[in-house]
Design a binder for this molecule. Structure first.
Ligand SMILES: CC(C)(COP(=O)(O)OP(=O)(O)OC[C@H]1O[C@@H](n2cnc3c(N)ncnc32)[C@H](O)[C@@H]1OP(=O)(O)O)[C@@H](O)C(=O)NCCC(=O)NCCS
Length: 153
């Protein structure tokens, strides 16, 4: 298993990974939607505003995560982790946690002080995130499940 930043040549494999993982975990429409979002993120985000990391088993991409920049009124380096996918056949083997920890390590080396995410606090607490109240940091959009807002610093 190897972890690294993604390359331009990985884009199609990454798109397929998100499409299949979210089609299986949610629904076909969701898989297509998330895969489209991921392609847009890779194609339209400035290099300084995005980090993407992949896990490879030989040449096959089996996991992928993205962090994109969040801007606040104060000068702080903050990124949001989303989305995250691990190939269905490789899930529950610790790959998601290893990949997130790898990504957080690279962010820290690049001076990023804060990472946020929005998801299952039980899962994200395994990689150092804890729930954060909207009184502390206001989410950029209305959240149906505000308890899913987590921070890592
Ligand atoms: C969520 C996901 C990235 C986790 O990756 P993973 O490599 O399977 O996770 P790990 O093996 O590192 O960690 C395992 C833990 O994650 C949690 N977990 C994994 N899959 C889960 C799922 N489908 N539902 C709830 N919790 C899950 C559990 O707490 C599990 O621990 P346990 O086996 O002791 O109960 C992966 O399951 C996935 O791609 N799911 C579909 C897409 C998704 O929901 N992405 C997150 C939102 S963007």
């Amino acid at each position: 298993m190897k972890f690294s930043a993604y390359n331009q040549s990985d884009k199609q494999q990454i798109k397929k990974l998100f499409e299949s993982v979210f089609s299986e975990s949610e629904a076909l429409g969701e898989g297509i939607l998330i895969a489209g979002l991921v392609i847009d993120l890779m194609n339209t985000t400035k290099d300084q505003d995005i980090f993407g990391f992949v896990a490879r088993d030989k040449d096959k991409i089996i996991g992928c995560i993205f962090f994109t920049r969040l801007s606040f009124n104060t000068p702080i380096e903050a990124f949001i982790l989303s989305p995250v996918a691990v190939d269905t056949k490789y899930q529950r083997k610790g790959i998601g946690q290893k990949l997130i920890n790898y990504g957080l390590g690279v962010l820290k080396k690049n001076g990023v002080q804060l990472a946020f995410t929005y998801g299952d606090p039980h899962y994200y607490s395994k990689v150092g995130f804890s729930s954060i109240d909207e009184d502390v940091v206001k989410a950029p959009h209305y959240l149906t499940q505000p308890e899913g807002c987590c921070a890592n610093h």
